[in-house]
Design a protein around this ligand. Structure first.
Ligand SMILES: [Cu+2]
Length: 69
């Protein structure tokens, strides 16, 4: 079942930031697509299994940014 979740990420300022977040979030199991809207910080994650928000937060932290909960 495809699930789509929208997260808000702070700290991204340019396309490099977007790429870093994209790369880390795509490593999570089940993730099939990541779309980042830089101006709003909205990160839309499509996955074929429900995502653990803690794992998503860790991936974003790994990229150097912060998930707003
Ligand atoms: Cu940047």
């Amino acid at each position: 079942m495809t699930t789509q979740s929208i997260y808000t990420v702070t700290g991204m300022t340019c396309s490099h930031c977007v790429n870093s977040v994209d790369t880390e979030v795509r490593r999570l199991p089940g993730v099939t697509d990541v779309q980042v809207d830089l101006p709003s910080g909205a990160v839309t994650v499509t996955s074929d299994q429900p995502l653990d928000e803690t794992a998503v937060a860790a991936a974003i932290d790994e990229a150097g940014y912060e998930l707003v909960r």
